[in-house]
Structures are given as C-alpha cells and as structure tokens.
Design a protein around this ligand. Sequence first.
Ligand code: GDP
Ligand code: MG
Length: 296
Amino acid sequence: MDNKMNINWYPGHMAKTKRQIIEDLKLIDVVVEILDARIPVSSQNPDVKEYIKNKNKVMVLNKSDLADENETKKWVKYFESKGIPAVITDSSNGKGINDVIKTVENIAKENKEKFAQKGRVGKSIRIMIIGIPNVGKSSFINRITKKNTAQVGNRPGVTRQKQWIRIKDGIELMDTPGVLWPKFESEEVGLNLAFTGTIKDDILEKTEIAFQLIKFLVNNYLKNVVERYKLDEILVNNILNSDEEENDKIMQIIDIIAKKRGAILSGGRLDYEKISIILLDEFRSGKMGRITIEKV
Ligand SMILES: Nc1nc2c(ncn2[C@@H]2O[C@H](COP(=O)(O)OP(=O)(O)O)[C@@H](O)[C@H]2O)c(=O)[nH]1
Ligand SMILES: [Mg+2]
C-alpha cells in the first residue's frame, strides 16, 4: 500500500529523472519495460520510445495473475506484431521470470554482431528495468535476484556508482530501476491508473473511482460482479434492461452491493465511502477474478 505513487511529477522532477535515465541507458544493451497486464497502454510511459530509440526492448506484462489470461495472450501477440518481444510474468510468485531471461539471451544471440561492434565482445549484456510506479519493478528485481544471487559490485570508472547483479553468465542487471511517470493524457488513462491503485485515491474521489469501476465491470465483466456479490441475476437484468439512465442503473447495482456488504450508516443511509473502499480493494486484490481493463 505504501508503494502507491507518492512522487509528484513536477516538470523539474521529470526533467531530472529523464536526464538520469538517458545517462543510465548509455550503459544498457537491453531495456526491460514492465507494464501492468491489466492496463498495458495506460501503464506505459509516453516518452520511453524517444529515450531508447533503437535499443532492444522487452515488454513484460506483469501482474498477469490479476489479468484476463486470454487478453494477456492477445497483448503478447500485439507487441510481437510490432517487433517487440513480450513476456507474461507474475512477480509475486516468480512466474515467467525465467522467460524474460531467455528472451534477453535470444536478443543477445541475435545481436552478437551489433554488440561486438560496440566493442562489447566477451562482455556481459547489460539490462535495465524501467516502468511507472507500482507495476512491480522492485518485486521483479527481487525475484530475479533471489534466484540468481551474485552482486557484481561497483564498476570503477562509472561516474555515479551502479550496482550490477549477475543474472547468469553473460547477463547483468542494473540494480536500480528507472522510475518513469505515467501518462497524464486523458481522463480515461487517469481512471485506469486509479482502478489499479497506481495513482493515489485522493487524487480522484474514491466514490467516483469505484463508480466508474463498477460501470466498467457491469459492461465488460458482469458475470464476475454477479458471482462475487451473489447478486440476483434476474433482478440485475431487470435493472440493466430498464430504460433509466445508465448511471442510475449502475447506482442501483452499487446500492444492492452496499446493502449486502452492510455498508449502511446509522440512520439507514448507505455508506458510499465504505462500499467504495471495499469494491476498489476487492478489485485490486483480484477477489473479483482476473480482469483486463484495456483490451487490444
Ligand atoms: N498480484 C501481483 N502483485 C504484484 C505483482 N508484482 C508486484 N505486485 C505487487 O504490486 C505492488 C507494487 O509492487 P512493486 O514491486 O513495489 O512496484 P514498483 O513500484 O514498480 O517497484 C506490491 O504490493 C507488490 O506486491 C504481480 O505480478 N502480481
Ligand atoms: Mg519500487
């Protein structure tokens, strides 16, 4: 919970971060960008392409345990169709970590010539993790480190000392990830980042986030909502088929869930603050099932 974005992305801060990352990238052969598999577009940093230009990149669809499996597979195909290898991981369990290593090894093999031209013959391929806050960069690094312990130590001659972790023979990982800012492009992206807990709940009103989440779920994952809150399907369908405003229908469903969950204030009014916290929490922790917000 304390991992939520607590950095304010002021222009000055962003410029400094950007400069540092561009500096770090000079040492790097392969960039591993970690995404949240539930929101593979909204969890991308808008400027990454510009920084890494023609560097090799691997996309990691992390938190795959929380995302819709079929959708995640489609995302892999999508990235691969753009020439970017993509790997599915669950860093909380270590699933897929080895596939990332294999993918990096393949890139190393394919680019032997290119890397050799840069005078890196016989040297290790160096990789760096980047991503917006909360996508699982630290968890990923912890996983990969535990499996493959061996700190490489400081490199003399590098201005700012970097720790390198030897992943295996020929692959070294920079121990600190590049933390990038998320997109602030649209209300939709903001909501997606709020649903997943990437941006703090106090940036947007909790009750509004929960309302929009339920609206999305009712339209895309109705079965999950019905099952999780043991809703009467006939009643729900009656509400949804009525000719009221969509927002009113969604509110009615939230009311039913609030009553079922005992989110009621003394005096009998519904406690929207409480039910919103419950809904967001249950979505974020996967209790509503595996859900992908952004489809290909
Ligand atoms: N369910 C699930 N949770 C994850 C996964 N990876 C990271 N997390 C959780 O997501 C939160 C943020 O992870 P963290 O590694 O700190 O992200 P960072 O900000 O990118 O370094 C933590 O609560 C992690 O336990 C994953 O693959 N699946
Ligand atoms: Mg971290």
